[in-house]
Design a protein around this ligand. Sequence first.
Ligand SMILES: Nc1ncnc2c1ncn2[C@@H]1O[C@H](COP(=O)(O)OP(=O)(O)OP(=O)(O)O)[C@@H](O)[C@H]1O
Length: 583
Amino acid sequence: MHSLRWIWGFLHTYRARIAIGLFCAVIVSALNVLNPYLAGRMVDDVMYGKQMNLLWPILGIMIAGTFLRTIIRYTYQMIFENVSQNVIYNIREQLYDRLHRLDFSFYDRTKTGDIMARMTGDMEAVRHFTAWTIYMIFENATIMLFAIGFMFYIHPPLALTLLIVTPIIGFFAFRLTKDVRPTFTEIRNQFAKLNSVVQENISGNRVVKAFAKEDYEIAKFSIANEGFKEKNLKSSKIWEKYLPILDSLAGVLTVLMIFAGGVMVINGSLTFGELVMFNSFIWALSNPMKMAGWLLNDVQRFIASAEKVEDLLKTVPKIASHDNVVPIGEYKGIVEFDKVSFSYGEEPVLKDISFKVKPGQTLAIIGPTGAGKSTLVNLLSRFYDTTSGEVRIDGRNVKDWELQELRKGMAMVMQDIFLFSDTIEGNIAYGNPHTSIDSIKFAAKMADAHDFISDLPEGYETIVGERGVGLSGGQRQRIALARAILKDPSILILDDTTSSLDMETENRIQKTLKSIQKNKTSFIIAHRISSVKDADQILVMNNGAIIERGTHEDLLRKKGYYFNVYKNQYGNFEEKHRDEDVI
Ligand SMILES: Nc1ncnc2c1ncn2[C@@H]1O[C@H](COP(=O)(O)OP(=O)(O)OP(=O)(O)O)[C@@H](O)[C@H]1O
């Protein structure tokens, strides 16, 4: 019931069309009882009554009725198809919108394969229900009602005799529904698992090959595939149990009709023509009963899928703009962390972090892997919210910013570079689609990417593969950097952006970046001293806390963690310190 109420929320926009469709279905159902009735009249009036003048009119009406029925049926099938396509279009749009609004924590815990299963298999089950199942249920119910009404009109005792079987059919149809429903949820969940295995294997195919794990992955897929087959077979077994019962009960109707009807014809309470009518009405009774199994099946499949789609549509992003946000107007880029702590789960990942950076300044963060560097900058753009403390930009808590406005003023080059399957030009212009090619080239020059792009046979028009396949790690980083530079943000965040570059290229980029960093607040996360040494402030993080802070010179003087990293990267400190060019 709940799923029906949910789908009605989408269907009600088309209620006029649905009403027309259902009205057409009523006409078709009425026309369905016309031919059996006329066949009976033919027997009684034309064959037995010898009223030959009725032969052609009856035949004409039968043919015209059949013709009309076909046209009207086609019309409402088209109406429902059209409504279903519109409904699915609307649901898909809302789903996609929701997927974009959901935050990082949702994607942290949800498998891509599961999302894909909802967008494909579940949506198809919902479409099938709205395009076919709804009108089929209505059509079968009305055919049955018309047939029962007519049978009572013609001969109530025989009609009653035949209806004795219907409660038994109803009972088994109900049992089928009850038993088969959980299996559809299982099938649906297994389909999501299968999707996840396939999706992960396609995305990770290089790792699979590199580790020669093809057989292992094939075996893993086989288990999921086998599970899917088993769940489907389990569902079929329930079907196999009930469908023959429903079929046989429908068959019982014919036997009952011939037996009881025959007796009534012999004792003269029923004409032969009326027996012919009843014989034809048997179809109108038995067919909906046979269909009931299939239709209930479809309804269960719909409910299992609708719950999943609705579930996703109702998932509320934890991170969103609150209702009373006022646009800030000018974006300066003053960043302040005030006693910020954060945890993804139980364990604290950031502990009591405080600092302030102003436009034109660069803050660098260095520290061992897992120290919390990326997590720190993720709080800046509100990918996650602080557990305690405040992150402020231009003096305002990031939670009080309109989310889009907050993020529009920032550009981030993430550790895990993602490029779209598009041209290099399209990838660089992702944040500014209407920009000129000259601006794109300028940004590429700033990121030291212009030369290698120009050397490609198709230059900026070169299509890069999914996730940037076809480019080296360093080339990908430089395109991502150009994409961020082109956005001309107030806050520029570079998370391990130059890790794949050689020192010479990194040096060139640092020089060019200086010219554009003048009015920006820059964050640089790196493991190399060469990447952070020029920053106005360097934070050394370990285990979620700031353990040292200061300029390069300050930190060298402290002879702590930073000093040791420096020594490791540049060899003997005293010796290298004499050679200032090195740093
Ligand atoms: N999405 C997440 N869910 C749960 N834990 C996470 C998540 N992302 C990171 N962590 C954990 O938080 C801690 C800090 O991770 P973070 O990525 O911030 O470190 P990092 O200093 O940037 O490391 P690296 O230098 O390797 O990039 C790690 O222990 C990591 O396992």
